[in-house]
Design a protein around this ligand. Structure first.
Ligand SMILES: NC(=O)c1ccc[n+]([C@@H]2O[C@H](COP(=O)([O-])OP(=O)(O)OC[C@H]3O[C@@H](n4cnc5c(N)ncnc54)[C@H](O)[C@@H]3O)[C@@H](O)[C@H]2O)c1
Length: 285
């Protein structure tokens, strides 16, 4: 019989915190939600392996992260007295991702938590074939690569928790009159398919797999000149994204708190679940 969960236990070592002594592998960790997840998990006792591309992708019209952003994530985690291994890697590049993962494990020890968070949202009114390919490659194949490079290590380690970042666009069609969201919506629905299959495949190894589905989040992905212009040119998109609760966009910490729960032992029997953090927008549709 399973031991009752002692929420006051000291975890694997004497550290305090809801993920004390665990190691988390996080993609897209240079800024935005990924950085927030790194800090929230570090506050609760985890060490972090932080991966980001730190480069521009040609089809993405808003500025992507920089090396300085990733270095700042490292500084902030270390200020919390936790350890961090940073690596510049493109989630589309399986070999680079494996190298980043392996180097992180060599420095910090086996991984318990995997967050497939990196993503792009170009949102062109007339999307090019390149944009379609890049969005699917980053948002879907990149998440697949993230799980693939980590899963054997989690199996060897006796279990773990994987949380994949989808979107409200992973539950519903995006709305709006333009084709801007087609690739994004397709990729985020695809992430749900990955999650559901991995949850079945990996359950026998005590690995849980869930998705989070944020509504608009106050990060550089949407908080930029390009996206604001886009919403003005296609107002139907903006009105389709209006939340039920009286809030325009949520903050990264709101997503991080949900991920902390899903990644922690508090959610030890939660797997295969789509978990909206969406201020009621999905229910409204
Ligand atoms: N901001 C929102 O409104 C919102 C809403 C729902 C879901 N999401 C999703 O949340 C996740 C995090 O986005 P965010 O809001 O923090 O945006 P963001 O642009 O601030 O952060 C995304 C990070 O991913 C990195 N990244 C992008 N492509 C990469 C690649 N190929 N390899 C490695 N790293 C890469 C970027 O450099 C950036 O640091 C994304 O998957 C996004 O689709 C965002």
């Amino acid at each position: 019989m399973q031991e009752p969960l002692d929420t006051h236990s000291k975890g694997r070592n004497a550290l305090a915190g809801r993920v004390a002594g665990k190691v988390a592998f996080i993609t897209g960790a240079a800024r935005g939600q990924g950085r927030s997840h790194a800090l929230r998990l570090a506050q609760e006792g985890a060490d972090i392996i932080a991966v980001d591309i730190c480069k521009q992708i040609d089809s993405v019209p808003y500025p992507m992260s920089t090396q300085e952003d990733l270095a700042e994530t490292a500084r902030l985690v270390e200020a919390l007295d936790r350890r961090i291994h940073i690596a510049e890697a493109d989630v589309r590049d399986r070999a680079a991702m494996q190298a980043a993962f392996d180097a992180g494990v060599a420095e910090l020890g086996p991984v318990d938590i995997v967050l497939g968070n990196a993503g792009i949202a170009p949102m062109s009114l007339a999307p090019s074939p390149d944009e379609w390919r890049d969005v699917l490659d980053v948002n879907l194949t990149g998440v697949y690569n993230t799980v693939e490079v980590a899963k054997q290590s989690l199996i060897d380690n006796g279990g773990g928790a994987i949380v994949l970042t989808s979107s409200t666009a992973g539950n519903n069609g995006m709305g709006g009159d333009s084709p801007a969201g087609l690739s994004y919506t397709a990729s985020k629905h695809g992430v749900v398919g990955l999650m559901r299959s991995y949850a079945n495949i990996l359950a026998q190894h005590s690995i849980r797999v869930n998705t989070v589905h944020p509504t608009g989040v106050n990060t550089p992905m949407i908080n930029n000149e390009y996206m604001q212009n886009f919403l003005q040119r296609d107002p139907s998109m903006g009105s389709a994204m209006t939340n039920a609760l009286p809030v325009d966009v949520v903050e990264p910490i709101d997503i991080s708190n949900a991920i902390l729960f899903l990644a922690s032992d508090e959610a030890r029997y939660v797997t295969g679940v789509v978990f909206p953090v969406d201020a009621g927008v999905t229910n409204k549709k």
